[in-house]
Design a protein around this ligand. Structure first.
Ligand code: 4AD
Ligand code: MG
Length: 480
């Protein structure tokens, strides 16, 4: 008999048929003449109830059916007598595939703290919460590829090892095979990377954008979706040292086209999750609502998770320029009352997440797209505006998250790009290939980056980014 997944069995299979299921035991309950086993194989949030008559099974075998054990069960699928499930399997045969020591198994059938579960990230996918998060993560990955595929975008793999710092923020992890002690030195006493594996200093990429641009300037519309790495020492609930980023890049798009695409994309993903992940979302919504009850009233979100998702889907995002945002922030209550950690004094200030969240959560009460930022606080590649002060950047800010998307129209004019590279003291030789695209058939083009884990924070209602990626990497932490 072929094994059938629990999800299929709970939705598509007729009662009265014989089935074979395999999975991990969540709980075992017994009374005098019946044993109930809750079995989960990860295909759905719901467990399958197995009913075993102790009279037909060896006592020793039943004793080994403990929380955490992996078992195989065959029997007949029947309408359930009990509340809580529509069908159950009346066991005819039970085989133990893998024993588990109930004394030592770290996951007990009770609520564990998220902090504790992070310490057992190898086992946490066996909990309801992480099962739901893993399944939704998969659905979002699938939806992302579907969105772009349906629009005719090509997926390009951009390199993970690179010699250029796309964001120019100097937050890169070096990739080297040089010995840790005694790195060779040049005559001037500097590290000599010519003897290193790539013959020059190499790092893990912070963004696939620059190479995605090369794709767009030949194939029109492309996207890259890969891991990115940032050695920024920020131990926050929204930063990872290793995270996944979706970066579309489009020839012939100007800033407005870029914003339109990003807004459509985010709404598509939210809609997809609501339609395809309803069961897991409802579970996570309930979970978030329970957590919120422990918060002080003024810190509870006004809307529940599902309502938040619906709201984002149904309302146009607010679009305002950086200059307008600064005016709002300058005159805001928290700024006047000295409540911001970083008070907004003048035009040109970089926005901190407290400012972003004020705009989204208090002022507009909806997602906001901020555009036309001062060039001093943005990367070298952004299209300069005619005012000489701002660049065609756009960031999308979300409630509870802050920045979820960062993007821009790109500087397509060779002279202007070169001038900015020089002003910012960026190694122009290293970017010869990037500059080349502005010499041969350049055109206006744009793109953006969506932080996948920031998206997952929004989708799941989780509040720490370490809980929406299977194996988080943060300063001081690379276990598993
Ligand atoms: O704003 P960023 O730095 O933009 C870029 O890297 C551009 N090259 C993207 C592009 O235009 N193709 O990063 C983009 C997004 C942010 O908005 C945020 O969602 C996410 O990536 N992000 C992080 N997510 C988790 N941990 C970190 N340390 C992150 N840094 C950025
Ligand atoms: Mg950014």
């Amino acid at each position: 008999m072929a094994r059938i997944k629990i999800k299929t069995l709970l939705t598509d299979t007729d009662t009265g048929t014989n089935v074979l299921v395999k999975g991990w035991v969540r709980t075992r309950r017994e009374s005098k003449n019946v044993v109930f086993i809750a079995l989960n194989d990860g295909s759905s949030l719901k467990n399958l109830q197995i009913v075993a008559d102790p009279a037909i099974f060896d006592e020793k075998l039943i004793a080994r059916v403990t929380t955490g054990a992996c078992i195989s069960v065959s029997g007949s699928l029947e309408k359930s007598q009990g509340a809580g499930q529509t069908v159950e399997v009346i066991a005819e045969q039970i085989e133990i595939l893998g024993d588990s020591d109930p004394e030592k198994y770290p996951l007990q059938p009770k609520k564990h703290s998220l902090e504790f579960l992070r310490e057992i990230a190898h086992l946490r996918p066996r909990t309801n919460t992480f099962g739901a998060i893993y399944r939704l993560r998969h659905q979002m990955i699938f939806a992302i590829h579907k969105f772009f595929n349906d629009k005719g975008f090509l997926n390009v793999h951009t390199p993970i090892i690179t010699c250029s710092d796309a964001e120019g923020a100097g937050e890169m992890f070096r990739v080297s095979t040089l010995p840790v002690d005694g790195v060779p030195k040049t005559a001037e006493g500097k590290h000599d990377f010519s003897e290193d594996f790539f013959g020059k200093e190499a790092s893990l990429t912070v963004s696939g954008q620059l190479e995605a641009e090369l794709g767009a300037l030949a194939l029109s519309e492309v996207y890259t979706f890969g891991p990115t790495f940032r050695a920024e020492n920020s131990n926050t609930t929204r930063h990872l040292a290793e995270f996944w980023m979706i970066e579309p890049e489009m020839a012939f798009y100007e800033l407005k086209d870029n914003m339109d695409l990003a807004e459509e994309f985010l709404k598509y993903l939210v809609n997809y999750a609501l339609e395809q992940g309803a069961e897991d979302l409802e579970f996570l919504a309930q979970r978030a609502a329970d957590e919120d009850k422990n918060k002080p009233v003024d810190q509870r979100p006004e809307l529940g998770l599902i309502e938040r998702l619906r709201f984002v889907m149904e309302h146009p995002f607010e679009r305002i320029s950086y200059t307008e945002a600064i005016d709002i922030l300058k005159n805001s209550k928290p700024n006047k009352k000295g409540k911001f950690q970083y008070p907004i004094k003048e035009w040109g200030a970089d926005l901190q997440s407290e400012h972003e969240r004020y705009l989204v959560e208090k002022h507009f009460k909806k997602p906001v797209i901020l555009y036309n930022y001062p060039k001093e606080i943005k990367a070298f590649y952004m299209r300069q505006n005619e005012d000489g002060k701002t660049v065609r950047a756009m960031d999308i800010l979300f409630p509870g998250i802050g920045e979820i998307v960062g993007g821009s129209q790109r500087e397509e004019r060779y002279e202007n790009l070169l001038q900015r590279i020089r002003e910012m003291h960026i190694d122009e030789q290293g970017l010869w290939w990037y500059l080349d695209t502005r010499r041969f058939g350049t055109t206006p083009h744009s793109g953006f980056g969506l932080g996948f884990e920031r998206l997952m924070l929004f989708m799941t209602g989780m509040t720490n980014i370490r809980d929406v990626i299977p194996f988080p990497r943060t300063p001081g932490n690379a276990e598993f």
